[in-house]
Design a binder for this molecule. Structure first.
Ligand code: ADP
Ligand code: MG
Length: 225
């Protein structure tokens, strides 16, 4: 049973004057199959929090435990492997590589660890089918729509069967209708696959689709109805 536990997480950025304190003690727990949204205006620290949970940045203090492991105790090569096996990311920008096909893009995380097995390639194709891109697998990102690119990015995030999917404003670049369908799709996949889902966003509409909501206020999470 996968599990995420964040305890008293703080983050400060050094500045020439006094340090900029962004997170002042964030606590959060998620279990397999659970989803939560963190709301907050621009500059409130949402991306900072997500980057630390995703092990792309380190906390100033506090702990993150994912599936019983403290990722920050791992040396870099093992940390990269841990990230690959446990965490998927979806960002506001799709970050698909323009020269690769949609299918190749979905396999990029797998290829970072070595050649894809037939099973991994089959999972990539299955995910593309699940996100409605079975007819677009051999297209380049420039040949599909913005919503389709974000769907491909979701498939890529899930290719290694992560325990935790992290999404930073995943619908921020999409029009309202497309945003809604991409958000629903992400939640459908979550229901089927059971990963933990943590979304940071300023969109209340998106946050409402998740099981729990918090607001990041003065560096702490405050429960929202
Ligand atoms: P949000 O995602 O909620 O818009 P961020 O987490 O990106 O907010 O940023 C929170 C605050 O931390 C902002 O004031 C931002 O300028 C600052 N910040 C973010 N990253 C860095 C960094 N690497 N160095 C210095 N300040 C940063
Ligand atoms: Mg942000």
């Amino acid at each position: 049973m996968s599990r995420l536990e964040i305890r008293q997480l703080t983050k400060q950025f050094p500045t020439p004057a006094e340090p900029l304190v962004v997170l002042r003690g964030v606590d959060l727990e998620l279990q397999q199959g659970q989803s939560a949204a963190v709301l907050g205006p621009s500059g409130s620290g949402k991306s900072t929090l997500l980057h630390i949970v995703g092990t792309l940045d380190t906390p100033t203090s506090g702990t993150v435990e994912l599936d019983g492991q403290n990722p920050f105790a791992l040396p870099e090569p093992e940390l990269a492997r841990f990230r690959y096996r446990h965490i998927g990311f979806v960002f506001q920008d799709h970050y698909l590589l323009p020269q690769l096909t949609v299918l190749e893009n979905v396999l990029v995380p797998v290829l970072s660890q070595g050649a894809a097995t037939e099973e991994q390639a089959a999972r990539a194709r299955m995910l593309l089918q699940r996100v409605g891109l079975e007819e677009r697998m051999d297209h380049r990102p420039a040949e599909i729509s913005g919503g389709e690119r974000q769907r491909a990015a979701i498939a890529r995030a899930l290719v290694a069967q992560p325990a935790l999917l992290l999404a930073d404003e995943p619908t921020g670049n999409l029009d309202q209708t497309t945003a809604q369908s991409v958000a629903r799709l992400m939640l459908e996949l979550q229901e089927q696959e059971g990963f933990m889902l943590l979304v940071v966003t300023h969109s209340l509409e998106l946050a409402r689709l998740l099981q729990r909501r918090y607001e990041l206020k003065q560096g702490r999470l405050v429960s929202q109805p």
